[in-house]
Write a protein that binds this ligand. Structure first.
Ligand code: NAD
Length: 331
């Protein structure tokens, strides 16, 4: 008899470690490209099917891949069924800054895609991992610290879809028993795949420009403080959440998760520890500055630490050293 207290991923991992069958949507993106590699390393190469609306770039791991538009319900169902998936890592989305230039598309992809994934998960008995974001908070949210359970009145279309997505996943869990889990990622810093149009993209661009040219022009003001995390922590933490005993989870679908608080100035200072001549200028973009100003300065991730032992490994100094070492090795 299968142990019903375990998620499909856990059950399969216990009964037959190579039998997890996972579909990843948005696999060509900043998170997806590294998530696919980590999942393949953990569960097996061929059992992880990467999908995206576009072909993956150079940084992506080679392996099973299919083109998939998550707004097409029939295509989502066909891919999940034909792969006999028991888990979907749903990462396809339109992020904050891009969403503001195409709000209708952001709604269609973020809500339509999530609904299609949850529906097929309900019918096929799949577990679902979906990230939310610090964008699920807004100007009326207490900004420092931002509690796990608090006011969520975001004023971007991306933020609206993140809050609605958190609620929809809770609904599918409570109403239909779908094992849906998720985190609120902060800004993610990585060197494998460039970010896809978020407000925290500066925290990645700054490293590329520092290593290539020794200078960067930042689109947010110097004192704008936001939560950030290095990608290896985000990937490891997400997989750990999917593997934890579900009995422990109270906040299933929207765990605050953070590793460090960063301003453009503090990031520049950390980079100068390695590249002393690095210079920073500012050319503030009012749209992205307004988005950043509506987000928390520091989220409280006590619930994640208590319910599934979340703990970051990289602080600002460790992340900066690792980013620069990888980008310099590439040049
Ligand atoms: P990204 O923009 O780099 O990647 C998203 C991927 O989705 C892209 O490869 C894109 O081609 C794909 N996509 C877009 N429309 C699609 C469609 N209709 N069908 C299928 N695929 C489609 O974004 P990311 O940073 O990898 O984000 C992944 C998840 O993490 C998203 O849910 C995002 O909200 C969340 N998140 C990311 C960050 C961050 O800093 N990167 C922060 C908070 C939350």
């Amino acid at each position: 008899m299968p142990d019903s207290s375990l998620s499909p991923v856990q059950r399969n991992a216990r009964e037959s470690p190579q039998m997890n069958r996972i579909v990843v949507t948005g696999a060509a993106g900043q998170v997806g490209s590294e998530m696919v590699e980590a999942l393949r390393g953990r569960y097996g190469h061929d059992v992880v099917l990467a999908t995206d609306i576009r072909e993956p770039g150079d940084g992506a791991a080679a392996g099973p891949f299919r083109l998939l538009d998550v707004t097409n319900p029939h295509a989502v169902a066909e891919v999940v069924r034909s792969h006999a998936a028991d888990c979907v890592y749903h990462l396809a989305a339109i992020l904050s800054a891009r969403g503001e230039s195409a709000p209708q598309q952001a709604w269609a992809v973020n809500m339509g895609g999530l609904y299609n994934v949850l529906e097929v998960a309900r019918r096929e008995g799949c577990a679902v991992f979906t990230p939310s974001s610090i964008a699920a908070f807004g100007p009326s949210t207490p900004p420092d610290p931002t509690p796990q359970d608090t006011i969520q009145r975001p004023n971007t279309v991306y933020g609206v879809t993140m809050v609605a997505g958190e609620l929809l996943r809770d609904y599918y869990h409570e109403r239909f028993g779908v094992d849906a889990r998720g985190v609120r990622y902060p800004g993610l810093i990585s060197y494998v795949t460039p970010p896809g149009g978020g407000t925290t993209d500066f925290a990645v661009e700054i490293f590329y420009e520092a290593v290539a040219h020794g200078r960067y022009t930042c689109f947010l003001g110097p004192e704008t403080q936001l939560d950030m995390m290095y990608m290896p922590d985000a990937i490891r933490g997400s997989i750990e959440l999917m593997e934890v005993d579900p009995e422990r989870l109270v906040h299933r679908n929207a765990f605050n998760m953070t590793a460090m608080q960063v301003t453009p100035e503090s990031l520049a200072a950390a980079i100068r520890e390695h590249i002393p001549d690095f210079t920073m200028e500012y050319d503030v973009d009012p749209v992205r500055q307004a988005i950043a100003d509506s987000w928390p300065r520091r989220i409280d991730d006590t619930a994640a630490r208590a319910e599934w032992n979340w703990k970051p490994e990289y602080d600002l100094a460790a992340m900066t050293a690792d980013m620069i070492a990888h980008l310099q090795a590439r040049d």
